[in-house]
Design a binder for this molecule. Sequence first.
Ligand SMILES: N[C@@H](CCC[C@H](N)C(=O)O)C(=O)O
Length: 283
Amino acid sequence: MKLKFTKMHGAGNDFVVIDAINQRIDFSPEQWQRLADRRFGIGADQMLVVEKPQSAHVDFRYRIYNADGGEVEQCGNGARAFVKFVTDKGLTGKRAIKVETMSGVIEPTLEADGRITVDMGAPILEAARVPFDASGLQGKSEGGDTLWPLDINGATRWISAVSMGNPHAVQVVDDAAAAPVHIDGPVIERHPRFPKRVNAGFMQIVDRHQINLRVFERGAGETLACGTGACAAVVAGIRRGLLDSPVRVNTRGGELSIGWGGDGASVMMTGPAVVVFEGEIEI
Ligand SMILES: N[C@@H](CCC[C@H](N)C(=O)O)C(=O)O
């Protein structure tokens, strides 16, 4: 079949966005991998699928596939691309929409300056629900957070376990640019204490309102930005007493702004969404 798609990015985290309201989509993990392949396909960190909602009170259903072909619960940068896509394609006339994901409803809003703000919902901080297996581990308290020791390549790394619908392990590093993202990232991603694998964040505190962040993403490797990773890092930094809201998150692909009012509050993420090109591919 010939598949129509739009190539987009949010701060350099790139996506193939597919309208599955007007096209029939039923791909195997191998077909998703092929679309994501940067040599044999289009190339993307994630594929985003726009579907009709399954319940009455929302506007769309948003499905997310990592470059490795696995379907996942949430994608923050993708949520902004999703809004731009449904708006540009005339699939909605609303500026604020409700979108159902595998991990609940998120509420993105198109701002007057073209940026998009997404209410990402409240973070999940209970280890078992991240999910993170903390059994038998001795955590240490820092501010209002509990840090967990992980043995990574022979060193102990202290991480915060946070879910933004999808799982994140966030650690503080002195210098994000020099952090061993490609050496430790794959080991953290598949650490046995994270039964669903995990996205590994390396956060450098610049000041109380600014961080530099790199994320080795589950199922995609290091990306130029990770929206949920930015939310999880800011939540961890605020809980540890290192940051105050709002926080500017500098990623290798651009900048995001993250606001969080503390436990129980929604995380608000603002950033760009850009169309790169439109195309058609035989799949
Ligand atoms: N790039 C994303 C996150 C995509 C999913 C992630 N790799 C996972 O497996 O949970 C973002 O912007 O949040």
